[in-house]
Ligand binder design. Structure first.
Ligand code: GDP
Ligand code: MN
Length: 383
C-alpha cells in the first residue's frame, strides 16, 4: 500500500522523523485556514500518488493569504499526470540551504535492506543514478544487526553531506530506519531531506510503501484505506477481489483479461454507446466470480445493459455459461445481459444457454454484434 505524502509524514513522525507542522485541506477555505494556522510563507502541495509534482506545478509556495487562495483554487480539481487532486497538504514553507536524498528499501536479491543516501536531493534520483552513480552512497544492512549511529554517520560522510549538519542527518537516518523496520514498510524515501537556513533538518517530502503482508498487525492502517476516494462500486468490487473501474456510461462490461476488457470498451464506444465500468474477471469465470461481477455491476443505477464478453482459452466457455446461469439464479439482476462467448468449448456453451435465452438474456455470435445489441438495449432504457 502506497501512502500519500501527508500520510507518510505523519506515519514517520511517530518514529521521530522531523517534519514541518501542517494540515490537510479538501477545499479552498480549509486550505486558507491551514495556511493561516501554520503561517506564511506556506507550501501548498497536491496530494497525488505520483512523483515529480514539483515539476508539474503541484507544489506552490505562497507569501500570504491571497496567494494561498489563488494556489488552492489552482491546485484543487486539477489533474497531475492523470491523478485528480482532491486534497492538499499545507505546511509552513522552509528556507532551504541544501537538499539531500535518503531511502531504505528491501534488496530482495541480496536478502538485505538497502540504504541510499545522496547529497544531490530534490531532483530526480534516477537521473543522478544514471549520470553520476558515485553521488549515491549505498549500504546494505543485515536486519539482524540493524543500523548503528556510527554506520549512519559514515554513510552520510560517504554521501558527501558535510555542510552544516552531518550529525543530525545521521540521527534522522537512524530514526528513519526504525520507522522503516518497526513501521513494516517496504520502502521509505525522503526526497528532499533538507537542511534549512536555520540549521534544522526536515523531511520535506515522504514516499512510504507499507508491506501489505504485515497489515494483520497494524489495525491502525485501516485509516489509510479509509482515506481512499469513495466510489461505493469500487469498494464493493475490491471487497470481492475483482479488478473493477467505475465509469460514467450505461453499458456494464464483464470480460476476461484486461486487453479484452479494453477492446470491449472501445467497441462499445465505436457503436455509439458508453461503458459504465471496466471489469476484468481474469482467469476465473466460475459461478461465484460471475455472480459477484454481475452483482457489482447491476447494483450500479447507471447500468442499463450488461455485456459479457469472454474469449475462452484456459477458461472454458461452458464453465462461463454455467456461471452466468448460476449467477442469474442467485442475484436479482436489474438489467438485461448480452453474452458473447467464443473460443474453447463455445459450441457447448451456446447449447447450455439456448434454453434460457429471453429478452433478459441475449446471445450474440460476435463482439461487434453483442456490443451493438447491448448499446441498443441501454438506449431503449434497459431495466
Ligand atoms: P515531488 O516533486 O512530487 O517529489 O514533490 P516534493 O515534495 O519533493 O517537492 C518538490 C520540490 O518543491 C522540492 O524538491 C523543493 O525544492 C520544493 N519545495 C517543497 N516544499 C518546499 C518548501 O517548504 N520550501 C521551499 N523553498 N521549497 C519547497
Ligand atoms: Mn520529492
Amino acid at each position: 500500500m502506497d501512502l500519500y505524502e501527508y500520510q507518510g509524514k505523519r506515519y514517520l513522525a511517530r518514529f521521530g522523523l522531523p517534519v514541518a507542522p501542517g494540515g490537510v485541506a479538501d477545499t479552498v477555505a480549509e486550505a486558507v485556514a491551514a495556511a493561516d494556522e501554520f503561517g506564511y510563507p506556506a507550501a501548498l502541495k497536491a496530494q497525488v500518488k505520483v512523483g515529480g509534482r514539483g515539476k508539474a506545478g503541484g507544489v506552490q509556495l505562497v507569501a500570504d493569504r491571497s496567494g494561498a487562495v489563488i494556489a488552492a483554487q489552482d491546485l484543487l480539481g486539477s489533474v497531475i499526470q492523470g491523478h485528480p487532486v482532491n486534497r492538499l497538504w499545507i505546511e509552513r514553507a522552509s528556507w532551504i540551504a541544501a537538499e539531500y536524498y535518503v531511502s531504505f528499501t528491501l534488496d530482495r536479491a541480496a536478502r538485505l535492506h538497502l540504504a541510499m543516501v545522496s547529497a544531490r536531493g530534490g531532483v530526480d534520483i534516477e537521473q543522478v543514478a544514471a549520470a553520476d552513480p558515485g553521488a549515491i552512497a549505498r549500504l546494505e544492512i543485515n536486519p539482524i544487526d540493524g543500523l548503528s549511529p556510527d554506520q549512519a554517520r559514515a554513510l552520510v560522510a560517504r554521501a558527501g553531506i558535510d555542510g552544516g549538519a552531518p550529525e543530525s542527518v545521521g540521527d534522522v537516518i537512524v530514526r528513519l530506519y526504525r520507522g522503516y523496520i518497526e513501521g513494516d514498510a517496504d520502502l521509505v524515501e525522503i526526497n528532499p531531506l533538507v537542511l534549512t537556513s536555520s540549521g534544522e533538518v526536515l523531511a520535506l517530502d515522504a514516499k512510504v510503501t507499507l508491506d501489505d503482508e504485515a497489515a494483520f498487525r497494524h489495525p491502525e492502517w485501516a485509516e489509510f484505506a479509509d482515506a481512499e476516494p469513495d466510489d461505493p462500486r469500487e469498494r464493493s468490487a475490491r471487497s470481492k477481489g475483482l479488478s473493477y473501474v467505475g465509469l460514467d456510461g450505461s453499458v456494464g462490461i464483464i470480460a476476461n483479461g484486461a486487453g479484452l476488457a479494453m477492446s470491449t470498451l472501445d467497441v462499445v464506444n465505436d457503436v455509439g454507446g458508453s461503458a459504465a465500468n471496466f471489469l476484468d474477471i481474469g482467469g476465473e469465470a466460475n459461478a461465484d466470480v460471475m455472480a459477484d461481477a454481475l452483482e457489482v455491476i447491476s447494483s450500479d443505477p447507471r447500468v442499463r445493459a450488461v455485456l459479457v464478453n469472454v474469449f475462452g482459452g484456459i477458461v472454458r466457455c461452458d464453465d462461463v455459461a454455467r456461471g452466468i446461469l448460476g449467477a442469474t439464479g442467485r442475484v436479482a439482476l436489474a438489467s438485461p445481459i448480452v453474452v458473447r462467448l467464443d473460443g474453447t468449448h463455445a459450441a457447448k456453451a451456446h447449447e447450455i444457454l439456448r434454453p434460457h435465452l429471453s429478452d433478459r438474456l441475449v446471445l450474440e455470435p460476435t463482439m461487434l454484434a453483442a456490443a451493438r445489441r447491448a448499446v441498443e438495449i441501454a438506449a431503449g432504457g434497459g431495466r
